[in-house]
Design a protein around this ligand. Structure first.
Ligand code: 5GP
Length: 198
């Protein structure tokens, strides 16, 4: 799931994770400082630039990118472990990371872009989040058009005017994607077995 900063993506992800226990959140590593209220290991793993570079060198990241002034990346091992358990993994990452994941696992990836309902609500959400300094808010606002420009690279686009409605739409996407024939493991055996009993 990607969106410009302030479109409500984090709130949506939290609700999705609370409602569906078969989804694991991919907790990214970042060199950004923790915001008030953010928990290390839950919202992000907050690490140093040296450690980040070490993870790149050791190929421990599935993807990584510089977003605003910081580095963000997806640790590979927890994703592999969750997928091996048959769980779905939710990535809250930007368009650069999405492009890299699409190259690494195109058939398994479902890309959802979250749009704000209008420019004013994006601005208001960024400001009232009240966790970033005004310089950071201004920078994120300035970056929004560039982030928005990537909407057409996604499989689905959800306009987040009302969070419950947007959540229902994301759940509908997930339900449909899980029902895709290619994702239903064991379907041939299931049908074959049924056929023998007819
Ligand atoms: P924030 O600093 O507001 O938490 O995140 C800034 C942006 O970085 C958001 O668009 C978020 O989706 C993106 N981001 C967070 N983690 C990752 C990651 O692991 N990889 C990439 N490519 N982007 C990330």
């Amino acid at each position: 799931m990607s969106s410009p900063s302030g479109a409500g993506k984090t709130t949506l992800s939290r609700k999705l994770l609370a409602d569906d226990k078969n989804i694991s959140l991919s907790v990214s590593v970042t060199t950004r400082k923790a915001r008030t209220g953010e928990v290390d290991g839950k919202d992000y793993h907050f690490i140093t630039k040296d450690r980040f570079e070490q993870m790149i060198a050791r190929r421990e990241l599935l993807e990584w990118a510089q977003v605003f002034d910081n580095l963000y990346g997806t640790p590979k091992a927890p994703v592999d472990a969750a997928l091996a358990e048959g769980r779905d993994v939710l990535f809250d990452i930007d368009w650069q990371g999405t492009q890299q994941l699409a190259q690494a696992m195109e058939d398994d990836l479902v890309r959802v872009f979250i749009l704000p309902p209008d420019a004013d609500s994006l601005r208001t959400r960024l400001i009232t989040r009240n966790q970033d300094s005004s310089t950071v808010v201004a920078k994120r606002m300035a970056e929004a058009p560039r982030e928005l420009s990537h909407w057409a690279e996604y499989d689905y686009v959800v306009v987040n005017a009302d969070v419950d409605r947007a959540l229902a739409q994301v759940v509908a996407i997930l339900t449909a994607e899980r029902l895709r024939r290619k994702r239903q493991i064991g379907l041939s055996e299931f049908v074959r077995e049924m056929t023998t009993k007819l």
